[in-house]
Ligand binder design. Structure first.
Ligand SMILES: O=C1C[C@@](O)(C(=O)O)C[C@@H](O)[C@@H]1O
Length: 261
């Protein structure tokens, strides 16, 4: 059996950290029409979770436009659990926003009642995180605290310490995505995941080795303790993501056919 989380998070119809790793499809769309068209396609793809990468939305700085798109998105996806992400530019975000603007957008999304989880970067620092944490608690939204490195894979201790720091900062789900330069780096990521899974961290975890070399982590990371893997539906949101049908058949070999059923 895979290494599952000691604590599980139940959101709508799914369990994060349970016996099966979950598949999340990110939505990246410049316009509202594109966003909703992608969302309509989700019914056929049947992901466990959906992520809206709001940093890819052309009108992201217009909070009212964002909220209205979010409302239509929620009505389109029905009961699918939704992650709201407005990624910071230095960790792969598609737009540069002032921190106060980002906070305003994120807090408005949390307060809208349309999202189930929100993903912010650990690198935002204590004050920003605490401000968001206060709103996630009040609105029963789960908090993902994340770290991304698109250049390299730091050593195992750094990866473990980063996941631990996210958990200690109040993350419901610590998450980390790093880029391998060689296949050995993928082992470092998986080994750090295994160490974190067997540590004081009792929450669900998400770890990813990106790029082509890291693809094995997207299929097999669940064995070592990663609870969510990101696939491609229409548009990729990070290098190395695998189309959902292929990912699902790869995972079926490791986790059985119940995956995504
Ligand atoms: O951070 C992550 C993981 C990710 O970067 C990936 O590598 O699949 C994709 C992003 O959309 C998501 O927010």
């Amino acid at each position: 059996m895979r290494q599952q989380s000691r604590k599980q998070i139940r959101i709508r119809n799914v369990v994060i950290g349970g016996p099966l790793p979950l598949i999340c499809l990110p939505l990246v769309a410049a316009t509202r029409a594109e966003l909703i068209a992608q969302a309509q396609g989700l019914a056929a793809l049947q992901p466990d979770l959906v992520e809206w990468r709001a940093d890819g939305f052309g009108a992201v700085e217009d909070v009212a436009a964002c909220l209205s798109a979010l409302d239509e998105l929620r009505r389109t996806i029905g009961e699918m659990p939704l992650i709201f992400t407005c990624r910071i530019d230095r960790e792969g975000g598609m737009r540069t926003l002032a921190p106060a603007k980002r906070l305003e957008i994120i807090v408005a999304a949390i307060a809208s009642g349309a999202v189930d989880l929100v993903d912010i970067e650990l690198g935002n620092g204590r004050e920003f995180i605490d401000a968001v944490r206060q709103h996630t608690r009040a609105n029963r939204v789960a908090l993902i605290l994340s770290y991304h490195n698109f250049k390299e894979t730091p050593d195992e201790t750094f990866i473990y310490n980063t996941l631990l720091a996210a958990w200690q900062a109040g993350a419901d789900i610590p998450k980390l995505a790093v880029m391998p330069r060689e296949y050995r780096d993928v082992l470092v990521l998986l080994s750090a995941t295994d160490r974190a899974r067997n540590s004081v961290i009792d929450s669900p975890l998400v770890t990813i080795s990106m790029g082509e070399q890291g693809a094995v982590s997207r299929v097999a990371g669940g064995l070592f303790g990663s609870d969510i893997t990101f696939a491609v539906g229409t548009a990729a949101s990070a290098p190395g993501q695998i189309p959902i049908a292929q990912l699902r058949s790869g995972m079926a070999v490791l986790f059985g056919n119940r995956q995504g059923a």
